[in-house]
Design a protein around this ligand. Structure first.
Ligand SMILES: Nc1nc2c(ncn2[C@@H]2O[C@H](COP(=O)(O)OP(=O)(O)O)[C@@H](O)[C@H]2O)c(=O)[nH]1
Ligand SMILES: [Mg+2]
Length: 461
């Protein structure tokens, strides 16, 4: 067992590309939007932050307490009445000594205090630099750091909640558990290569079984990815039907305001219009389209509109086919075009068309509001069907690429482990799989990758 521990250390030693020196300078940023508002916040982080705060605050502040006082400029004139919050390292957002100053939300005041802090020795923070420090100071791993950006950018509460899971270490813990068995296996394989007299070669059956288990776990994370892409980017839901069937009216009724022009003139809507709506925490992009009719009798603009409607079907996840009397009004080729989508049939103008629909269509009237809530409920239930793995792991594109690479390497391990005397080869693939997994949590990262990730942040985070 001792030998495995040695190998464990060996693996980690070689996995690390760079060693961090945690001697960072002190940074400052205005954290809140620079606009006239009730409160503005400035954040300082780094070893000099307490020293700087003491120079500009009207009295000696108390650590781990809420301090009330004034910010004084170099002539001891008051710049603002503030609340000052000191966070003592390592119990802060960055892991360093942090000062947060709550000022009045006036951009002039915020800029003046920011300048004063810079004059006293801090430098303006770069995009995402506070979160980057939290990562470099090992307070969070990379999947948690990425979750911070995802929470801020989420366009629905569902999406924010899955990002929040990752901030809590959901993905990190899963990846670490996959890694644990693979590190053990890798250590055994390396030990058998380096010390063939003491350690016998690992049984191919064991290798295959461990790798298969891990591939299954990776596949489960990837399967959930599609659901989470939906949750993050929203579901595209288009309204399709003949001219005048009531698409734009329904579009407006769903949004609850007049977004699209409605007239009794056929061909009023010539362009596709996209508008987002939150339903029960899900983001839905509704797309109103030009009515589809025979292209021979329409002008150039409407022709393009019809082509765009067909594209809208292709790019949608849910297609709502609207008709007035019977679903036979909808062209068969359009239904075929939507064969891999969720389809909803909607019978419109229930206030004037009294005959019952011949299918399981939903009856609505945009004029009276009849059936609109029922339609919204139906849309949400369809979405829930499309996202069965909601509670599972959220991953972004970068993390998915790493998982796919890890899976590929494990498949190679399985192949080569079945052949004799190829331990060197599958050891390499095992290491490749581990490195790909490490990239998710940020254990092996080139500076370039780090830069890309933190550039997606806003200043002050
Ligand atoms: N009575 C009634 N008329 C409607 C209803 N929905 C739409 N219309 C009318 O049908 C015509 C075409 O509506 P519009 O929404 O522009 O249809 P689109 O061409 O499919 O976008 C307009 O004169 C609307 O006022 C409805 O629920 N009841
Ligand atoms: Mg229209």
């Amino acid at each position: 067992m001792q030998i495995f521990k040695v190998m464990y250390k060996f693996y980690y030693k070689h996995a690390k590309i760079y060693d961090m020196e945690n001697n960072f300078d002190t940074i400052v940023a205005i954290v809140t939007p620079l606009a006239y508002s009730s409160v503005g916040i400035i954040r300082i982080s780094g070893s000099d932050s307490f020293k700087i705060a003491n120079k500009i605050f009207s009295k000696n502040f108390i650590k781990r307490a809420i301090n009330y006082g004034y910010i004084l400029d170099s002539d001891k004139k008051r710049l603002d009445e503030v609340i000052l919050l000191p966070f003592v390292s390592p119990h802060s957002y960055t892991g360093e000594d942090v000062i947060e100053i709550q000022t009045h939300g006036n951009p002039q005041i915020l800029n003046a205090i920011m300048e004063l802090i810079i004059k006293n020795g801090a430098r303006p923070a770069l995009r995402g630099e506070f979160t980057k420090r939290a990562f470099l100071n090992k307070r969070i791993d990379l999947s948690q750091a990425e979750a911070v950006a995802d929470i801020i950018q989420s366009k629905s509460i569902k999406s924010a909640q899955s990002a929040l899971n990752n901030l809590g270490g959901y993905l990190k813990n899963k990846i670490n558990s996959i890694k644990k068995d693979l590190i053990e296996l890798y250590s055994k394989v390396i030990a058998s290569i380096d010390f063939p007299e003491d350690v016998s070669e690992t049984d191919a059956k064991d290798i295959v079984s461990i790798c298969n288990d891990k591939i299954l776990e990776i596949d489960n994370i990837l399967k959930a990815a599609k659901s989470h892409d939906f949750i993050r980017d929203g579901f595209n839901c288009c309204l399709i039907g003949r001219p005048n069937v009531g698409k734009s009216s329904l579009f407006n009724a769903l949004l609850n305001y007049t977004r699209a022009i409605v007239t009794s003139v056929e061909g009023t809507t010539r362009d596709t219009i996209k508008e987002a709506l939150n339903l029960e925490g899900y983001l839905i992009n509704f797309i109103d389209t030009a009515g589809i009719r025979d292209k021979q009798n329409v002008d150039e603009v409407e022709k393009i509109g019809i082509d765009n409607s067909i594209d809208a079907i292709k790019n949608s996840d849910i297609v709502m086919f609207l008709f007035e009397n019977s679903s036979g009004e909808i062209e068969k080729n359009l239904i075929e075009l939507a064969s891999d989508k969720k389809i909803l049939y909607i019978k419109t103008k229930a206030d004037i068309n009294f005959n019952k629909p011949n299918s399981d269509a939903i009856e609505i009237s945009s004029k009276t509001g009849f059936g609109i809530d029922k339609l919204k409920e139906k849309i949400v239930s369809v979405i829930k069907e499309m996202t069965p793995l909601e509670s599972d792991y959220t991953t972004n594109k970068r993390q998915q690429t790493c998982l796919l690479r890890a899976k590929e390497a494990l498949l190679n391990v399985i192949e080569t482990s079945k052949m004799q005397d190829l331990a060197d080869l599958y050891a390499m693939d095992l290491k490749a799989a581990l490195i790909s997994l490490d990239e998710i949590t940020g254990e092996v990262l080139g500076d370039k990758i780090l830069e890309n990730i933190f550039n997606n942040f806003c200043i002050g985070k």
